[in-house]
Design a protein around this ligand. Structure first.
Ligand code: FES
Length: 106
């Protein structure tokens, strides 16, 4: 099954239960991750920066395309509540969405 590594959370490694899971569901099994709109694709707080494995993620959703058009979702960034993980991927929490109660690494 796919593996998600969160580089700036001390390379925390999280195994997916299947290759059809949303990235946010995988993350929330092992860590806290911001998701202000309740995973409806209406904010960008669940954003993840993709370090390696962009092809291991599903295509951009309509919600993501809307944020790309608005300039709020840049290259190599995805919305964790929108994207499905199909293979191994390495991500980071973007600086602006780091949670104050978690310790982050470089
Ligand atoms: S939680 Fe709001 S877009 Fe993902």
């Amino acid at each position: 099954m796919p593996q998600v590594i969160v580089k700036n959370l001390f390379s925390k490694s999280i195994h997916c239960e299947s290759n059809t899971e949303k990235l946010i569901d995988v993350l929330l099994t092992q860590t806290d991750w911001m998701h202000a709109c309740g995973m409806k694709g209406k904010c960008t707080t669940c954003m993840a920066k993709v370090i390696e494995g962009e092809t291991s993620l599903s295509e951009l959703t309509e919600a993501e395309k809307r944020f790309v058009k608005l300039g709020r979702l840049k290259t190599h960034h995805r919305l964790a509540c929108q994207v499905t993980v199909t293979d191994d991927v390495i991500i980071e929490t973007p600086e602006q969405y780091k949670l104050p109660h978690l310790n982050y690494s470089e």
